[in-house]
Design a protein around this ligand. Structure first.
Ligand SMILES: C[S@@+](CC[C@H](N)C(=O)[O-])C[C@H]1O[C@@H](n2cnc3c(N)ncnc32)[C@H](O)[C@@H]1O
Length: 180
């Protein structure tokens, strides 16, 4: 059976690069990065491919997934936490120059309430890049969470783009949040 090509990690970095090009705000490539929901490390590979040379830390609750990610020799530090609604992980706050999360937010495992926790990991002024299924992004639940984040001045939605047919035929969105 033909393998489905998983393009989401590359598209998350395309989202970042398009944001950088249109805003003129470029993220230093030697900063600290965390890959939230690392899986087997494909998102880490995509982060390296766009030039990030510094530490990339990993948050991944599945030990078997992370064992595969480790073989890729990308990650510096491993957090085995779950993102859970209204609960902080053990990741230090205000610590990262870039937070990336690819294919993790959904209406099943990681819901919109966990957005605040992912933003908490970023340094003030740093970016959070998320790639997720478009339908979930468009849901009232997610859109309310984003509105609240902007209203509470936690972060601004700075860039958004759409990609066709990424997750089993579903369209995806990639977006960039600027932490305030
Ligand atoms: C579709 S995979 C994406 C993996 C990787 N980011 C990539 O693009 O290749 C989603 C990942 O989210 C992780 N995940 C699921 N629930 C999670 C949670 N509550 N907190 C953190 N990660 C979670 C899964 O273990 C899985 O590795």
């Amino acid at each position: 059976m033909a393998q489905i090509e998983w393009r989401a990690p590359q598209l998350s970095m395309k989202t970042l690069e398009n944001y950088e090009r249109t805003s003129g705000n470029c993220v230093g490539r030697n900063g600290r990065v965390i890959d939230v929901g690392t899986g087997t490390g494909l998102s880490g590979i995509a982060i390296r491919q766009v030039g990030f040379t510094g530490d990339i830390d990993a948050l991944e609750p599945s030990k078997s997934m992370f064992e595969k990610a480790k073989e890729k020799n990308i990650y510096s530090r491993y957090y085995s936490d779950f993102l859970i609604e209204n609960k902080e992980t053990t990741v230090t706050g205000d610590a990262y120059d870039l937070v990336v999360s690819v294919g993790v937010f959904s209406n099943r495992s990681v819901r919109s309430q966990c957005l605040c926790e992912v933003i908490r990991m970023a340094k003030p002024g740093a970016l959070v890049v998320i790639l997720m299924v478009k339908n979930w992004y468009k849901s009232a639940d997610f859109s309310d969470a984003l509105k609240k984040i902007e209203k509470d001045k936690v972060a601004n939605l700075a860039h958004l783009e759409e990609f066709e047919g990424i997750f089993e035929g579903h369209d995806a969105v990639g977006f960039v949040l600027e932490k305030l």
